[in-house]
Design a protein around this ligand. Structure first.
Ligand SMILES: [Cu+2]
Length: 176
């Protein structure tokens, strides 16, 4: 049995060896045959590289322009921030002011008196402008400069009980 296994192995090893030698001997011929094809493939690859580079590089730079989020720049640009202190309750928002000027930085200091809530600011088209979690024992800060005047809606973004959907208020931006 062992003898047979050895003979079979020997035959297989010899076949592989001849196979390798055959490929090695014929490899230069293949190169000639495939030459034009390889050239075309390389040409296509180069074109593809430039298309990808030209499309994605500007997109990547554009996307990274806001990074790193420079807190100090946001806080100092355009003068001292207008601070809004917010305390979330089940189920209402307590804010010490609800009017700010456009074009001036705003700092919203957010905490909660009971459970976790989510403080989300929406523009007139109900697009989310900025958000932070309202947590008991912590104060989270949103730094944002409103570019457009108008009335912004504040909605709770984290389910906090039966009247969660009623947790709405407004921030008026501009000289209203
Ligand atoms: Cu809620």
């Amino acid at each position: 049995m062992q003898e047979t296994a050895w003979q079979v192995s020997l035959v297989l090893m010899l076949m592989i060896t001849f196979g390798v030698i055959f490929v090695a001997i014929n490899s230069h011929k293949r190169e000639e045959e495939y030459g034009p094809l390889v050239k075309r493939a390389y040409g296509f690859r180069t074109k593809l590289f430039w298309v990808v580079a030209l499309v994605f590089l500007p997109a990547m730079i554009y996307n990274l322009m806001d990074l790193p989020y420079d807190v100090s720049r946001a806080a100092t640009a355009g003068g001292p921030p207008q601070v809004i202190n917010v305390t979330a309750h089940m189920w209402y928002w307590e804010m010490d002011r609800d009017q700010v000027d456009a074009g001036q930085p705003v700092e919203v200091h957010i905490t909660s008196a009971d459970v976790n809530h989510g403080f989300g600011i929406y523009d007139k088209d109900m697009h989310l402008v900025a958000q932070a979690q309202a947590m008991p024992g912590y104060t989270n800060v949103i730094r944002h400069t409103f570019k457009e005047e108008g009335t912004y809606k504040v909605l709770c973004m984290e389910y906090c009980g039966v009247a969660h959907h009623n947790m709405m208020t407004e921030i008026k931006v501009g000289n209203l």
